[in-house]
Design a protein. Sequence first.
Length: 655
Amino acid sequence: MLIAHIIPLVRLPRSMDFFDYSVPDELTEEIRIGCFVTIPFRTHSVAGLVASIEEGDTAKLKSITRLLPLAYTNAEQQLAFFHWFATTYYVSRSTALKTLLPAFPKIFLAGKKRRDRTDSPPAHHEYGALPLSPLPLLSLPLSTPVTLYSPNTLQEKWSLYLSLIKEALSKKQRILIVFPAIHEAELFYSHIARAGEPVRTILLHSQLSEGVIFDRWLALFSDEPACIIGTRTALCTPLRSLETIIVDKAEEVDHIQYDMNPRFDSRRSVVQMGRCASVRVLLCSPAPRIEECMLVKRITGTGEQPTSIMLVNLHDELRNHPADIFVTEPLIAAIKQCLLTKRGVFLFCNRTGSGSMAMCNDCGYIFSCLICATPLKPFSHPVRLVCDTCKTSEPLKQRCPYCSSVRLAFKGLGIEKIAENFKRLFPNTPIHELSAKESDSAFVRALHTPEGRDRQAIADSIVIGTSYALSACSEIFSDIGLVGIIHADPILSVNDFRTQEHQWQTVAQLTYFARSFGARLLIQAFDPSNHFIKTCVDNDYDAFVDSELIQRKKNGWPPHTKSIHLLYRPNPRVTTQEKRKSINEVIGYLTSPAKDPRCSLFLHRPMQAGKQSSIYEVVIRIAKENGQDDIPPTLREYLSHLPNDWIVDAEPLFF
């Protein structure tokens, strides 16, 4: 009798890999590796993937219920990718399949007919396409398996995408394009639809219903060529017939799954998909991460357009206008000149609210969060104090709780404070705030009308936005004549070793959009001549990377090292003594001589208040030398056998 080793599509502990089931006599001739089947699992009937088949005794085994009309033709490549995903992110293969593949409808598992929803509406919102004029298709030599491409303009990037789509379809192959966010995938999908090209396009993202996602995934098992567009959800695409995989905006942190069930990086997954299927991979980014620059050869765009850049020294403005140093005379003059040309103005400030903190002018008391002690951020509409860490909110008190003074002030910058200042200077000009908090505002809805973007919502107006505008509403830049950075020195307030890199990427993105649509760029900083600002203005990414690598090597930060976070989330029934024993065992191994010398215990501490789901955190630092593998085999083996109440975060968002 035949025994099938089947991976159920269920989230299971990392120690459970597959289960044995007997193959019925009527399925002996049909079943093979890579087939999907229905199996009894505990009290339910679930889908499973056949990983291997062998002869054996089936007396005490449950039997396969049904052979589903679904199978991987390239089972070896597909199983190799699933195995890599499971070992890289320290989960079982069943959890890997449950994470990557769509949910199987019960009616499909029962073998009944169901309505095909492959051609259902593509998205909850119909985004207007960018007004790009017809462009010649751009060719790029992709001679290496993985290529890092930095376009100079948005038009150049989209021309390359369209040429790669046509090339793949002409060969009767498929192309997969992975975007960091849903709205960006929808925007490109809409652009292809309006281009009038006879392209079979399949859109995959998490806001579609489970039934629609499953039907579109099911359609990918045919041999018909197609262009697959989506987010991390599109990683379910079968590897067969793929010709090219593109990762758009490879620098975005949204390519990393936020929750840890498991947390995975779609960029690493795409590169591994390319290796398993021998498919070329294109990482596209105007300002790529340093990690990619270290591993992959970078190719820059060819059609660079000059951008008018103006630098403003805020130290000079502090001497001339100490009342409000960020509303400078050069900025006001540039705004007036831009509004005369009937084009809009975009002012960038990566802080929401009316400031960074609220404090008393008499005693210096700072309003802080009662849970995590973080300074509360003031908001004016409505008036309240919000903690960015805990997301708690409270009304603003009229008096200082320490000295009862009424002289309270909002310190720092925020788009609400900037908007109030410019409303006084330009009373007859529409001024809009654009941040994640205003994602449902009338202004954002006007940008995303089904008939296309409302150009009058942007022309002759001033838009003040955060980094949300760079991704969610990037189409506004086609009607912007001036891009201004209010304060280029502290663009990000997150204390992370990537802060300088994120700052450079933000300025590079603003320069990228200004260059794409012929807008002027104005940068305000206290030290416009420093190395960071200079490399941004000169678009000299190589010089920035060289200086950043020196600093990171000195401090032992990635890419010279790698970090792994361990989070302890015990069952509520576990006793305090058992919790202490489990923590001591992990710390004892990481400090023992038996561990790999490249590994070190960097940090271990109880979790902060307000994060009650995890009670303890351990950070492991791994030194990388002479091209060695990121994770030493001994450490990988140890982590793969950790108890299930320890969560292994192989892609930490912050350090």
